[in-house]
Design a protein around this ligand. Structure first.
Ligand SMILES: [Zn+2]
Length: 120
């Protein structure tokens, strides 16, 4: 029974890791490419999903440390990585908003050009 369970879990890990591009399949903390597992930043039980934004590749050893918060230095690196992700998300949103604003400005310019020629 134990063996079957373990196999099942490994299968899930393999499927989750396949969500990552091949060149991103390494532990974000140690950069190791061996004995990898996939960590849910927001746990499934708290509504965490399988989006790449919520997943992090870690070695099995580091994954245990992160789950138990048992090593301050690892947790410091982990927390910095989480902060970095949040900033990257904000930057993506900013870029999107700036793009939208540029579109609006272009439209307004066109409108202005039209009204200007009408009144001349
Ligand atoms: Zn985890």
């Amino acid at each position: 029974m134990k063996v079957i369970k373990r196999r099942g879990r490994d299968k899930i890990v393999i499927e989750l890791i396949s969500l990552f591009p091949e060149d991103e399949r390494f532990c974000e903390i140690t950069l190791s490419k061996k004995n990898l597992s996939v960590h849910h930043i927001v746990p499934k039980r708290k509504g965490g999903n399988e989006d790449l934004d919520n997943l992090m590749v870690l070695t099995k050893k580091i994954h245990k440390i992160v789950e138990k918060k048992s090593n301050p230095l690892v947790m410091e690196i982990y927390n910095e990585l989480i902060k970095k992700r949040k900033l990257q998300r904000q930057i993506r949103t900013f870029d999107f908003n700036i793009e939208k604003m540029n579109e609006n400005i272009s439209e307004l310019r066109e409108e202005y050009k039209k009204t200007k020629t009408k009144h001349l």
